[in-house]
Design a protein around this ligand. Structure first.
Ligand code: F6R
Ligand code: MN
Length: 214
């Protein structure tokens, strides 16, 4: 059995969490503020998300009116050793760009083996998953009272299909990192559109065919 860390160069790193003492390991969730108290929070505005929306005209219409905050992530990053974990409280606002919902940029982990556990706290959403090598794609319901396990080598994007903020926590290896570039060029294979009864999931390839047939 091989129980050695995949990258021996990081295996001797000490956890800053334990070296700073066990009393520093408690964090409070301020769910109404979408903040892990005392921890950093970043906000992603619509202007940083043009690439992800299929309908460029709809994007220009929304951005001409305002540049809303689409989502925020407040992160707890206590340890940076090989075995440490980080977590983030994500809040995606309800909203749309044309028929597409507010959603995250989406990424693979830089350390491709790194998995992640997403724990839904409130709201109604979806998780788009896409394996980097097999290209298998799946869209799972994700929101209050659901957990999605995101395996390694799997691009993931979270979509708010509801009318209230979608709040969740993601827990991932400290060394996972983010790789946005690999998925940016082709975007996710599945696209979520608003529909009278909620939403529908289409293949992006169908979308291109439909628009070129018009
Ligand atoms: C961390 C993770 C989440 C996302 C967050 C925002 O690995 O998956 O904390 O970072 O949902 O999404 P992105 O990073 O795609 O903008
Ligand atoms: Mn991730």
């Amino acid at each position: 059995m091989n129980d050695q860390p995949a990258n021996p160069s990081t295996s001797s790193a000490t956890s800053s969490a334990t070296s700073s003492g066990l009393t520093a390991l408690l964090a409070h969730l301020d769910l109404s503020a979408g903040q892990l108290e005392g921890q950093p929070k970043f906000e992603r505005r619509l202007s940083a998300l043009e690439d992800i929306y299929a309908d460029k005209g709809a994007f220009q219409e929304v951005i001409a009116r305002s540049d809303p905050v689409v989502y925020s992530v407040s992160s707890l990053e206590l340890g940076h050793g090989a075995g440490d974990l980080h977590c983030g409280l994500g809040v995606i606002q309800p909203g749309r760009v044309g028929q597409e919902f507010f959603m995250t940029k989406g990424h693979l982990h830089q350390w491709r083996e790194a998995a992640e556990v997403y724990i839904g706290l409130s709201g109604a959403g979806l998780m788009l998953l896409e394996h980097e090598h097999t290209h298998e794609a799946s869209t799972l319901p994700f929101g209050a009272n659901t957990i999605v396990y995101v395996p390694g080598f799997t691009a993931h994007r979270t979509v708010n299909v509801g009318t209230e903020p979608l709040k969740y926590i993601g827990v991932y290896p400290a060394r996972a990192g983010h790789d946005y570039g690999a998925i940016r060029a082709r975007n996710f294979a599945q696209v979520v559109f608003a529909a009278p009864d909620g939403y529908r999931v289409l293949e992006r390839s169908q979308l291109v065919q439909q628009s070129t047939q018009r």
